[in-house]
Write a protein that binds this ligand. Structure first.
Ligand SMILES: [Zn+2]
Length: 393
């Protein structure tokens, strides 16, 4: 077959050249499928549709029929490049300059998929297809977008097929100063509240006949921001509250508006749930509004992710040992839970899930890049993980 090259740099380049901005695939999944098929993987393309979202191409690929099952999960979609003129090189050209490979998706997360594929190729080469276990790839084309037709549906599909997975590594960029110095064992949750305060419109000179919703909303927000929700814990940073929008939309300086709106985004740790935060907000609103006759506050919420934690276990032990075997470093990787959400939030309901990938430096930025030597190092660590997971010494 043509164009089959498992070199991690070349494979990253091939994937980056596919302009796979969510939900467009751009040929990226086909590259993954072609490579994995060539070494004996059974590949099942999964096209999911839903009335509430765009159609998405996904891929499930596996090799082996019995024994322990280790899955690698990732996404081939990328965020938009932004202003392409601002890039040093065209964002989908996958240009190498010196020791760096530039392009949208190099870090988040095509390089990680490439490295896991190269490592798997070496592993199968060395131990044959009969290594005594199952390796699978769970690859979605929709992680950066709505994620409705992506990983959640692939996981439901595996359940319907009676495929049971023991452990999963999600290849998001987690490393900090060197490859493998940081892995993620959980994530904060995220919830948005959309608040609307209704008062009574009137002339600013007749304040007594009106009720200004801006005053009530600012009081509510001040109360909400007055005290931290918690101080964090062993695994999590403190919960953070941000007010990204406050809108009145009033163009007249002599009119008291009827409505004022604000959004609150909360990134919460495992000391809260979406439900407990909804109760907390209700209480805060009650404190300000329960005695008000002329002003009221309503809100809707959108739960974008629930917080979760996978306490240290077999997978984190194997990953820790493999990083040390491969790099010669002895210090344990940091077990972190910071950053945005990832598809690990869907997979953790099915098996022990940990995230390990390339250095987190330039994702979503103009001039996103990876160091070529980092790719080599990540591939080595992934290969060690496969050996320590499947091959008994
Ligand atoms: Zn990502």
């Amino acid at each position: 077959m043509d164009n089959i090259d498992f070199n991690s740099t070349k494979l990253t380049q091939a994937l980056v050249k596919c302009k796979s901005v969510t939900p467009v695939d751009g040929g990226a999944l086909e590259i993954v499928e072609k490579h994995l098929s060539s070494i004996g993987f059974k590949c099942t393309p999964l096209l999911f549709t839903d009335p509430n979202s765009y159609d998405v191409k996904n891929l499930f690929a596996s090799i082996g029929s019995s024994g322990r099952h280790l899955a690698f999960a990732g996404h081939t979609d990328v965020v938009p490049a932004g202003n392409e003129e601002s890039w040093r090189f065209p964002p989908f050209s996958a240009t190498i300059e010196g020791d760096k490979l530039y392009g949208r998706g190099t870090e988040d997360m095509k390089s990680n998929i490439a490295c896991f594929m190269s490592a798997t190729n070496k592993f199968i080469d060395k131990y044959s297809k009969d290594f005594g276990g199952i390796i699978s790839f769970i690859i979605t084309g929709d992680e950066e977008g709505q994620a409705i037709n992506g990983t959640p549906k692939i996981m439901e599909w595996t359940k319907e097929q009676n495929i049971s997975i023991d452990h999963c590594i999600v290849g998001e960029p987690t490393s900090d100063k060197s490859i493998g110095d940081k892995i993620k064992i959980g994530r904060r949750g995220s919830i948005n509240f959309f608040l609307t305060v209704k008062g009574i419109q009137g002339h600013t000179a007749n304040g007594h006949r009106a009720e200004n919703p801006v005053h009530h909303l600012s009081k509510l927000l001040t109360n909400i921001l007055a005290e931290p929700l918690d101080n964090g814990n062993e695994y999590f940073l403190p919960t953070s509250i941000q007010v990204p929008t406050f809108d009145v939309g009033n163009s007249a300086h002599n009119v008291i508006p009827e409505l004022a709106r604000a959004t609150i985004n909360i990134r919460f740790n495992d000391e809260h749930t979406a439900e407990s935060l909804i109760d907390w907000l209700r209480k805060k609103i009650d404190e300000v509004f329960s005695k008000e006759k002329n002003a009221s506050c309503h809100f809707t919420e959108e739960i974008s992710a629930r917080s979760f934690i996978n306490k240290e276990g077999e997978l984190t032990d194997i990953i820790t040992k493999s990083i040390s075997d491969s790099t010669g470093r002895n210090e344990k990787p940091e077990l972190a839970t910071d950053g945005g959400t990832s598809d690990a939030r869907f997979i953790k309901n099915y098996c022990e899930t940990t995230e390990l990938g390339i250095r987190n430096q330039t994702l979503h930025q103009i001039d996103e890049f990876v160091y070529i030597k980092d790719l080599e190092e990540l591939e080595k660590i992934y290969l060690k993980i496969l050996e320590n997971y499947f091959i008994k010494n």
